[in-house]
Design a protein around this ligand. Sequence first.
Ligand SMILES: Nc1ncnc2c1ncn2[C@@H]1O[C@H](COP(=O)(O)OP(=O)(O)OP(=O)(O)O)[C@@H](O)[C@H]1O
Length: 889
Amino acid sequence: MLIRGNQIKTNSFRDSKTSKSDHSKQEVKKQKRELFPKLSFNNDKAVKITGLFLLLLAIYFFVAFCSYLFTWEEDMSYVVDANGGWNNLFKTSEELKSNGVLNPDIQNWAGKLGALLSHQFIYQWFGISSFIFVFIFTVLGYRLLFKVTLFPIVKTLGYSFFLLIFSSLFIAYFHAYISDYPHFLEGEFGFYLNQLLKAQIGSAGVAGILAFSALTTLVIAYNIDFKLPERKNRPAEENEIDEEINIEEPVYQRNPIRRTESVISDDDEAEVQIAPVFNKSLENVVTPPVGVADIDRKSSVSQLIPPIANNLDNLDDESIEEAAVKTEFEIPVNRKPGENRVRESLALETVIPDQEPTIEDQEPEFTVQLSEEEAKAKDLVEQFGTYDPTLDLSSYKHPTVDLLENYGVNKIAVDAEELEANKNKIVETLNNYNIEIDKIKATIGPTVTLYEIIPAPGVRISKIKNLEDDIALSLAALGIRIIAPMPGKGTIGIEVPNRHPEMVPMRSIITTEKFQKTEMDLPIALGKTISNEVFIADLAKMPHMLVAGATGQGKSVGINTILVSLLYKKHPSQLKFVLVDPKKVELTLFKKIERHFLAKLPGEEDAIITDTKKVINTLNSLCIEMDQRYDLLKDAGVRNLKEYNTKFINRKLNPNNGHRFLPFIVLVVDEFADLMMTAGKEVETPIARLAQLARAIGIHLIIATQRPSVNIITGTIKANFPARLAFRVTSKIDSRTILDTGGADQLIGKGDMLLSTGSDLIRLQCAFVDTPEVDNVCEYIGEQRGYPSAFMLPEYVGDEGEGGGAKDFDPDDRDPLFEDAARLIVMHQQGSTSLIQRKLKLGYNRAGRIIDQLEAAGVVGPFEGSKAREVLIPDDYALEQFLDTLNGK
Ligand SMILES: Nc1ncnc2c1ncn2[C@@H]1O[C@H](COP(=O)(O)OP(=O)(O)OP(=O)(O)O)[C@@H](O)[C@H]1O
């Protein structure tokens, strides 16, 4: 209790320390407050009352004004000033009659006051424009009472004031021509203003003032553009086409079919950047040459893909696996079995999405001056909405959960007897080593139970740690792992396998709220933790993962689990896989989703790469894609893929300059050992390069291997893969190679795994997804309309001879624009692909190839991440000499 008292030092408790006299003072104050509720303007109540009053006033005015339109004639003798006007308000019928009022029974639905008010506002002031007051009172009342801003207050007041005067004069102006009708349409204000102005500047002058003020207001409000009519009839100029194209849905799926369809430029790669996206045969829509078609299309298709959360509808209650069932037992050490007190607690884990902060008070208003580019982007967004990458496959449906098997409700099957037996064994074993225990706590997971031991005071943890192997031996069970001490806790953990391990079906993870609602970029549902909590990691943050495990321990299932969880969450436009499967069997299932989710090299038949040579080309092509993406990011002035795509979606990046929506790319290599054996450095170098640099630009690698030996998982590779996933391996050495620590050799297989994220080591039970389930999911996706072909990676022309790569340079095989590009780069002293692309109007692939050739020729230096390449030739003169030498060769 003492501890509690010391702990709690919050403000709320300070009050309890205040003296008695303070209390009595506060009492008196409180009573006073209750007797005289404060009505200062800041007081919320006053604001609400004012809001209520204004809303009622709006209704009253509305009734009175509407009624006036029908009853003004009957009530006229009552309201006119000659018969008393406002003085009549409190007079009796007799008095009214004696004043000369013909009809003392007022007809207005809002009574005498209503009649007088409407006469004042409509007849004597602004005519029917007075209804604007009803609008103003409503907006103000709503704002004060409900805290809802129907329209910005200051703007509303400004425009209303203008409209009041303008419409009153406008009506008066035309009314004067039509008839001698009583001027309640424009009110006396409008009537006399019109008369006055007419006398001074004539009818034409008044018309001019009206037109000028109307247009001025439109300019202020909407910044309307004035275009001369004949310009519209002229054939569209080139720069107009540019602008039109800018608002087109830009290409992000490069494929040969589209290239042949587009006719904008002769340079096929430039076409790819600006060609209309929609393929006629696919869309059944003929794409007109300008952006207009997009609007129609946008409105005709339902814009958004139904969120995966909808899949929950397909579930029966039972199958919605409630996030995590955490079961903890506390076992007193010195009690007999019958006396055990077992405490069970059920915790439902929910993820509450961050609520968008709402800005209630929008006043005072202020405007921000936008740069020209931003203003243009804003205009485009206003006209066409933000760019929607999913629009190409707008009807795409995420896989439903019923495609996955429901392997029965999995409940934890560890009984008290098993717990007790294990506990006794632990206590006994530790006692043999003279280690006394204060308390043991058991946490039951799907495959193992964690016994947390609090040693008796004085027992040194290092002693237990030193005895780790002996204790494991004495407990003599496969899969025992000792964690001494438990990170963040003053306890020692011993993980003992359950007699009846539970499988964790993929379906039970996919259906959890945690997965359904996750906001991660690349969520991978790995399985469950030791305490039965659903474990979801973000591959985008990892950012790469090394997977190792001896054969038959669940590695392939693990990879399928990762791929399937991404398929459940992502739209084909947002994610592409590059699948490398030297074993030729593991990933073939994913062939069906080639036109949705896979990426491949141009000209390749199979999207799933099995041939070592092709793997090298693909890895190098990914490096080119990475370089291109870095250039794009640099050009856009952003630091990572997310910022880049946000900018692109908001139409701040022009597709004409090579910008495109960038999907995540996930490279999966199923058997890395095979590759390293056959290709060695040729594979290691691009993998290491990708792993080092690809984090920011959305390329993530998952490399799996059966043989985690040091010649496969080299230092370079290891250093760049902070996230490592280990299934059971055969030796402690293998475990050290993959995790930098033992433990993976003590796992029990069948999806039992350890995830190391650099700092933490977490034991997980991998979610199980069987081959037929993966097949179902792929078939479900594959049957839907896809892109015309797989996502095309940049071309990579393989090396011809030894030690080659892009560094080999053949002067005869230069791009025709090589020299122009070299001059451009030397002139600007800036070695950037996007510069070549922009100035020479080239596609990204070709510009990328040229920059590689320039590098090989020694004009520019090597790629330097987000910086521009160094230009190695100082001036034009030196360059011309250099080119002469090249040509003379
Ligand atoms: N998460 C899991 N839960 C339950 N059982 C599993 C799990 N993962 C794997 N298994 C079982 O282990 C078997 C082998 O798994 P898997 O095929 O993934 O092994 P592997 O490590 O990929 O082997 P190889 O390297 O030879 O392909 C599976 O058929 C399955 O019965």
